[in-house]
Write a protein that binds this ligand. Structure first.
Ligand SMILES: C[S@@+](CC[C@H](N)C(=O)[O-])C[C@H]1O[C@@H](n2cnc3c(N)ncnc32)[C@H](O)[C@@H]1O
Length: 245
């Protein structure tokens, strides 16, 4: 059995990623907010993937650098109009050091939770603090955990039913390690295909604590990119951290 490593998700899903997720969020508003937070400086995206956000952000005049562990995802980014000029570092974004400092470091679409342990997530915050300019911003877009989704420690969702394809998501939940292992199962006329994804989720309060360990402070938290107020019922958050005591 193949083991799961930081590149597995991207390598297995790259050829269908844009078809599944290109329009999963409001790209225009995301990019407008990130451009404002970059404040005329340069940006670093953690888990840049196929460039869904980075390419339109670069098109707005922001110099963007990316880190990703999957060569297959980056190949897709390079094939996008405007993608070839974006510099990429291949590796684990909790560990990789990129030359220079950035006014904005960002990680969107729950990608921070791709780091498999609390230790890796703490190392990532430290690495972000190293890469930020004084006064810079670190932005995380992520879901708010909802353990109630997992009755009996598991969950099954039918995410697509098309004429020639069905996608079923099968998940198991470990509430102690805060881990969810999922298989996106694609059933097509050619056969069955498996796209695994494994995450370690964190509560907003835990992210804030990790930030403090790295010398960052929560500066703003919204429910989404339209800067809606974050409340106890918000299913997601966009959190902005800045260096500070
Ligand atoms: C859900 S995709 C998001 C891609 C892009 N940011 C977007 O919003 O469309 C997650 C990306 O993060 C990458 N990734 C996951 N874990 C990683 C890690 N530990 N280090 C570097 N890249 C990672 C995957 O290869 C994939 O390209």
């Amino acid at each position: 059995m193949e083991s799961y490593d930081p590149a597995t998700y991207g390598e297995r899903i790259a050829d269908i990623y844009d078809d599944l997720y290109e329009r999963m969020s409001d790209v225009e508003t995301t990019v407008a907010t990130l451009a404002e937070l970059a404040a005329g400086g340069s940006a670093l995206e953690l888990g840049i993937g196929t460039g869904r956000i980075a390419v339109p952000l670069a098109a707005r005049g922001v110099t963007v650098h990316g880190i990703d562990s999957s060569a297959a995802m980056v190949e897709r980014l390079k094939a996008r109009p405007g993608g070839a000029t974006i510099p990429i570092s291949i590796g684990d974004f909790a560990e990789v050091r990129v030359e220079g400092r950035f006014s904005l470091v960002y990680v969107v679409f729950n990608t921070f939770f791709g780091l498999p342990s609390q230790e890796a997530q703490i190392r990532c915050f430290a690495s972000v603090a190293h890469h930020l300019e004084p006064g810079g911003a670190f932005v995380i877009e992520a879901f708010v955990p909802d353990p109630a989704r997992f009755a009996g420690g598991q969950n099954t969702q039918t995410s697509r039913v098309e004429v020639d394809r069905v996608i079923i998501d099968l998940s198991r939940h470990d509430p102690v390690d805060q881990r969810v292992v999922t298989q996106h199962v694609l059933i097509e006329p050619s056969g069955v295909r498996l796209c695994p994804v494994q995450i370690r989720y964190a509560w907003p309060s835990e992210l804030d604590l990790m930030a403090r360990l790295a010398g960052l402070r929560l500066h703003a938290r919204w429910e989404g990119w339209h800067r809606q107020p974050f409340t106890a019922r918000s299913p997601s958050h966009v959190s902005v951290y800045r260096p500070g005591p």
